[in-house]
Ligand binder design. Structure first.
Ligand code: NAD
Ligand code: MG
Length: 364
C-alpha cells in the first residue's frame, strides 16, 4: 500500500488524483490540503478516512507532510505557494509527484540539491514531462539532440499581437483542448506555460536550453518528442487527459490501467505542428531567457507572472500587460544567485512588489 499526501486536493489535478487513487487498490490517501472549499475537502477526508487535513495553511504543508508520514507527496498546489512543500518533501527523501511546476521553476537548484540529499524520486505530473520521461527512458541523455515539448497554442493561436490587445478574461479562459485551473489556463493563453515548462524540463532532465524546444500542436495528441543524434525521433501520444500522467507518476516504476481511451484511428488522425509565434506571445522567449540566465531569474519571472495573471483575472490588466509586466520586472529585479530558501522567499517578495507596481502602471 502506498500512502499518498495530496496537496491541492480540491483543484483540477487534485480531483483527478483522488479519482486515480480510488481506482487503484494499492494507493490510499493519508493527508489532504487545500486553501479554500473546506466542505469539499472534508467530504474527501471523510470518504477516505483521512485524519491529517490542512485548510487555508493550517497546519502548514510541511507540518502536514511530517505528521502524516506519506510514501509519496502529490504537490498539486498552484503557484509559488507550493515551494516549501516541494523542498520539504525532497529534503525528507519522500517521493514527490510534482504538478506544481512553479516550485521547480522558482527553486530549481535548491530543489535538486534537496533531492540529492534526500534521495527520493521526483516524478512530473505535466503531460509533456511525463511523456518526455518515457521517451527518454531507453537511451542515454548524451544521445539526445533535442527534447521537443508540444503546446496547443491556447485559445489565441493564430492571432496577431494587435488582435490580442482587446481579448477578454472569458476568451482567455476558453482553452481548446485542456480543462484546467484558471492560472494555468491563462498561462496557456500567453504561452508562459510552455516557457515555464522549458525551465521545468531543464531542471528535470538536465538538458541545456539549446536542446529544448517548443512546438505548437493544436490537438494536443503528441505530448513530447525526443530527437536523437542518430536521426530517430521518439514521441508519446494520447488524448489530452491528465489522469494518464497522474497514474504514471503514482505507480512508477510499474503501471496500472486507467479509464482513459486509447487513440482511435478509425476516422483517421492528422497531426499538425507549427512554430510558435514569439512576437505575439513573448512570454515564451522571456522564460527561455530567464532560464538561460539562471540563478534567481526564473523565480523573478514566475513571481511577476503570478502577479500579472492575478491582475488580468481580476480585470485590472490587459492581456498584453502580462508579458509587459514580466519583462519590466525582470529588467528591474536582480535575480542573482539564490543560496537558500530565505533568499528565495525574499527575492519572490521583491519581484512581486515590483510587478504589482508595474502592473498598476499598465492597468486597464
Ligand atoms: P487549481 O486552481 O484547479 O487547484 C489548485 C489547488 O491548490 C486547490 O485545491 C487549492 O485549494 C490549492 N491551493 C492553492 N494554494 C494553496 C496553498 N497555499 N496551500 C494549500 N493548497 C493550496 O489548479 P490546477 O489546475 O489543479 O493546477 C495545479 C498545479 O498543477 C499548477 O501548478 C499547474 O500549473 C499544474 N498543472 C495543472 C494541469 C491541469 O491540467 N490542471 C496540468 C499540468 C500542470
Ligand atoms: Mg503541460
Amino acid at each position: 500500500m502506498k500512502r499518498v499526501a495530496l496537496l491541492g486536493a480540491t483543484g483540477s489535478i487534485g480531483r483527478q488524483t483522488v479519482e486515480i487513487v480510488e481506482r487503484n487498490p494499492e494507493l490510499e490517501l493519508c493527508a489532504l490540503a487545500a486553501s479554500t472549499r473546506g466542505e469539499e475537502l472534508s467530504k474527501i477526508a471523510s470518504e477516505h478516512d483521512v485524519a491529517h487535513v490542512s485548510l487555508g495553511g493550517e497546519p502548514a504543508l510541511e507540518e502536514l507532510i511530517a505528521a502524516s508520514e506519506p510514501d509519496v507527496v502529490v504537490n498539486a498546489v498552484v503557484g509559488f505557494a507550493g515551494v516549501k512543500a516541494t523542498l520539504a518533501t525532497l529534503e525528507a527523501g519522500i517521493d514527490l509527484v510534482l504538478a506544481n511546476k512553479e516550485s521547480i521553476v522558482a527553486a530549481g537548484p535548491l530543489a535538486l540539491a534537496a533531492q540529492a540529499r534526500g534521495g527520493g524520486r521526483l516524478l512530473p505530473v505535466d503531460s509533456e514531462h511525463s511523456a518526455a520521461m518515457q521517451c527518454l527512458a531507453e537511451r542515454s541523455i548524451d544521445t539526445v539532440d533535442a527534447l521537443v515539448l508540444t503546446a496547443s497554442g491556447g485559445p489565441f493561436r493564430g492571432k496577431t499581437r494587435d488582435e490580442l490587445k482587446q481579448v477578454s478574461v472569458a476568451d482567455a479562459l476558453a482553452h481548446p483542448t485542456w480543462s484546467m485551473g484558471p492560472k494555468i489556463t491563462i498561462d496557456s493563453a500567453t504561452l508562459m506555460n510552455k516557457g515555464l515548462e522549458l525551465i521545468e524540463a531543464h531542471y528535470l532532465f538536465g538538458l541545456p536550453y539549446d536542446r529544448l524546444r517548443a512546438v505548437v500542436h493544436p490537438t494536443s495528441i503528441v505530448h513530447a518528442l525526443v530527437q536523437y543524434t542518430d536521426g530517430a525521433t521518439i514521441a508519446h501520444l494520447g488524448y489530452p487527459d491528465m489522469r494518464v500522467p497522474i497514474s504514471y507518476a503514482l505507480t512508477f516504476p510499474s503501471t496500472a490501467p486507467t479509464p482513459c481511451k486509447s487513440l482511435d484511428f478509425s476516422e483517421g488522425l492528422e497531426l499538425t505542428f507549427l512554430p510558435p509565434d514569439e512576437d505575439a506571445f513573448p512570454c515564451l522567449s522571456l522564460a527561455r531567457a530567464a532560464g538561460e540566465t539562471g540563478g534567481g531569474a526564473p523565480c523573478v519571472l514566475n513571481a511577476a507572472n503570478e502577479v500579472a495573471v492575478a491582475a488580468f483575472l481580476e480585470g485590472n490588466l490587459p492581456f498584453l500587460g502580462i508579458p509587459e509586466t514580466v519583462e519590466r520586472t525582470l529588467a528591474r529585479v536582480d535575480g542573482a544567485v539564490v543560496n537558500d530558501l530565505d533568499e528565495l522567499l525574499a527575492l519572490d517578495e521583491e519581484a512581486r512588489a515590483v510587478a504589482r507596481e508595474q502592473s498598476r502602471e499598465l492597468a486597464t
